[in-house]
Design a protein around this ligand. Sequence first.
Ligand code: GLC
Length: 532
Amino acid sequence: MGAAAWWRRGVIYQLYPRSFMDGDGDGVGDLPGVLARLDHLTWLGVDALWLSPVYPSPMADFGYDVSDYRGVDPLFGTLDDLDRLIASAHGRGLRVLLDWVPNHTSDQHPWFLASRSGRGDPRRDWYVWRDPRPGGGPPSNWIDYTGRSSWRWDEATGQYYYRAFTDAQPDLNWRNPEVQEAMFETLRFWLRRGVDGFRIDVLSLLVEDDQLRDNPPNPHYRPGEDFPYMRELSVWNVDRPETRELAAHIRKVVDEFDDRVLLAELVLPLEQTVAYYGPDGRGIQVPFNFELLTAAWEARGIAGYVDRYLAAIPPGGWPNWVLGNHDVSRVASRVGPAQARVAAMLLLTLPGTPVLYQGDELGLADVPIPPDQARDPIANLIPGRGRDPERTPLPWDDGPGAGFTSGRPWLPLGEANQARHVAGQRHDPASMLTLHRRLLRLRRRVPALHAGAYQPVEADGDVLAYLRTAGDARWLVALNLGPGPARLALPGPERAGRVACSTHPGRDGAAAGGGCGQLELGGDEGVVVELG
Ligand code: GLC
């Protein structure tokens, strides 16, 4: 796979179908809605869509509880709609990735219904069933994200089943070769239909220790601050060696088809994350790099992380950056609206594949959801941690339902977000949407930005600066992560250049550096400068 692979050059857009566009007025986004708005994405200038799950599902975890891996939930449309979407996207030069959820199924999946029906059922071993410990109680001390036991007692058959998430999401037994083959077939099913790859859900949780050894306590756990699952070090049920081997196997299946890609959610420390690239790059091409989701917004810390991350990537690997997703607070709420513009410039100019979350291109903020309107199961299980605020529908215009729906939206759009609608931002040269479009176009046009080398530039205070270079072309990115003005000595030999894009309207095209070789940055300003 050369440096020219589409997913290396390109930008991936995470499309959350429930909230993108509602085509039938039931208040929930759907595939006909996506089809109707595809032009927005080509206009914006992204290269691929990753669709969060659209499979049949009881929606206990909004599609991350799959009851049929080969279909489309009626809520979202039909298989024909998805075929049409793939064809239509391809016709516009857009790739389509699906979300693949291999760790667990829905408890309503026919496999689990069979497995649960009796100890002698042929599918019993497709899930992780165990007897109580001698003396009683769950077979190991492993806990789920709420801090409760990951084992669920099944009265009828007198055994526990293992589930890392909710009771409605039993874990598949990936040690069973029949499970492996059945799941690989679901990949082939979609690859044959033309999908360009998959985002793999919680890949690191695929296999658990066969001896069920107890996890040790986490000495650094901060009760009340950390997620309850962090009470334990999940060494025996997360990132097992067997899971890394399976990752390489999954890659082989996908490589039976040309030019496809795998993205994977891992949620592991850096060294463990990069292990999933696999030897000689034969593992996952895009093991998500989640650092920017939690990093303190501070230039030195981020610069240090970029260096550590790039150094840790094994030969054959390619970096990637994630700034938001459907599980974490929105970037505009994490760093504030002014810095969200700087963050967009960072995401789209760092070396590697950027993953842009739906709505971040509009500067959407978290929408506070009153407890009685909460939809996410986590909102009930861990108060204050629900993920509804970052999943609210996109505002398209200032009409009824914000152009998203003619019905009642499944989550409120939020007054502030409603004012950030697409129609209003499209022609506003100062808008967040215009900034994204300009950055995406610039990135696509300039090889140094999508494929060039990266070199850090020394800077003072809260300025993060780096060069992107290809051949003779030298581009400087200078980001002021603080609210006060700052300056940066332009790197030599040129010591001068032209501002190709600023987060502050009105500066594009201006000379940078002047006679003194100093670049002046406004508070919260980021610039991309073509040197020379
Ligand atoms: C992943 C998904 C999340 C889901 C969980 C269980 O973390 O991103 O939304 O709840 O897996 O499938």
